[in-house]
Write a protein that binds this ligand. Structure first.
Ligand code: NAP
Length: 401
């Protein structure tokens, strides 16, 4: 039996995780669920899965949820704030933490799980992107088991040699090939992309995801963040991590070996597959995802990414080469720019423009603690907001948004 904390249980990954748990009730027991704004959904989840704790961020939400839970006869205790997220990620009775908060907001709790030696199912890629060295060192020191949830990294994990020791090269690995759908704007020109709306950006052709990662997929920053994530997860030099566009999202990623073999993991685009893989590992458990019908799909296409139209991918590789502060700045600027875009305050093509401006303005420095990460994150957020400000009125007026 695994005892689970699900950080971000009300999000797309959180809901899919509970669906897999529900299909395998003999294997999992829920200790804690957490949310930020979708309190009604959290209430429903608490009534169904009866966790010991529910965590929210705001006091008013906590008070309301506790009242509603008591009224429905639930014994779930409601906790509040970031320290409470850290607490439920590190509880002694918890064996497994699904890290599915979106953005750097998940960093402290995910890191707490790593320090506490938990089995971590990592969806919250921004934790690893922004604090890779700290995070991997905590995992090694505590003996945590880290299992990737991102479908690409989960695929790479499955295609890697079973028992690895030493470098990728020593294990015969030549390249990691991360597949990318190309997002909803794969075939658009820059002129067309300058006019796209948030509603169009979040309508991903293959995957149902939260709003932030959907926009990241549309700009291809998601793939950039995944390159950085793969660098940390697999101890891979950026030069051996390649991105290939594969619009059908059937091959989730590949590992190429020195003998010319390429191992791929395939499946329908349904996050319950990597979630079930990581929840069950090393056993296989049912996920609820449809089985693949390759004859019905017929054709699998591949093409090279175009970094002129999707500069975020290049910006991510560049930041990884530059250093830890550049990567934190890249992530922070992206989080702020995506939120501004979703709120119709900037245009789609302003996202890479702002990121480039902010990354080049943030000085490189040593990142030795979580406070160092948060200081660079904060500075970068302020720089992004001030870089958006003058442009906001032009775009609103120009685009009629
Ligand atoms: N969705 C996918 O298919 C997918 C695939 C691969 C990787 N990922 C990664 O998984 C993570 C989650 O993605 P998602 O699509 O599930 O996002 P999502 O649907 O937006 O859900 C995010 C979750 O985090 C909570 N949350 C948001 N801001 C928070 C804050 N400041 N403090 C505490 N909790 C907060 C949300 O609570 P409320 O909903 O209650 O506000 C929700 O439970 C991201 O890092 C993403 O890159 C997602």
């Amino acid at each position: 039996m695994q005892f689970l904390t699900i950080l971000g249980s009300t999000g797309s990954i959180g809901v899919s995780t509970l669906d897999v748990v529900d299909r395998n009730p003999e294997r999992f027991s829920i200790v804690a669920l957490t949310a930020r704004s979708r309190i009604d959904l959290l209430l429903e989840q608490c009534c169904k899965f009866r966790p010991r704790y529910a965590v929210v961020i705001e006091t008013a939400h906590a008070e309301r949820l506790q009242r509603q839970l008591r009224a429905s006869g639930s014994e779930t205790e409601v906790l509040c704030g970031i320290a409470a997220l850290e607490k439920v990620a590190a509880l002694p009775e918890v064996t497994t933490v699904m890290a599915a908060i979106v953005g750097i907001a998940g960093l402290r709790a995910t890191l707490a799980a790593a320090h506490a030696g938990k089995r971590i199912l990592l969806a919250n890629k921004e934790s690893l992107v922004t604090a890779g060295a700290l995070f991997m060192s905590a995992v090694k020191t505590s003996g945590s088991v880290l299992l990737p949830i991102d479908s690409e990294h989960n695929a790479v994990f499955q295609a890697m040699p079973g028992k690895q020791s030493g470098s990728l090269k020593n294990n015969g690995v030549r390249r990691i090939l991360l597949t990318a759908s190309g997002g909803p704007f794969r075939t658009l020109s820059l002129a067309q992309m300058s006019l796209v709306t948030p509603e169009q950006a979040v309508a991903h052709p293959n995957w149902m995801m939260g709003r932030k990662i959907s926009v990241d997929s549309a700009t291809m920053m998601n793939k950039g963040l995944e390159v950085i994530e793969a660098h940390w997860l697999f101890d891979a030099d950026p030069s051996v991590i390649e991105v290939i566009i594969h619009p059908q999202s059937v091959i989730h990623s590949m590992v190429e070996y020195c003998d010319g073999s390429v191992l791929a993991q395939l499946g329908n685009p349904d996050m319950r597959t990597p979630i079930a893989h990581a929840l069950g590992h090393p056993s296989r458990i049912s996920s609820g995802a449809d089985f693949l019908d390759l004859a019905a799909i017929g054709t699998l296409q591949f093409e090279r990414p175009d970094t002129a139209r999707f500069p975020c991918l290049r910006l991510a590789y560049d930041a990884l080469k530059t250093g830890a502060a550049a990567v934190i700045a890249l992530n922070a600027a992206n989080e702020v720019a995506v939120a501004e875009f979703l709120d119709h305050r900037i245009g789609f093509l302003d996202i890479p423009r702002l990121i480039e401006t902010v990354v080049s303005a943030v000085p490189e420095r040593t990142i030795a603690t979580i406070e160092d990460v948060e200081a660079v994150d904060q500075l970068s957020r302020e720089l992004t907001l001030s870089a958006c400000a003058p442009r906001t009125s032009t775009i609103t007026a120009g685009a009629g948004a």
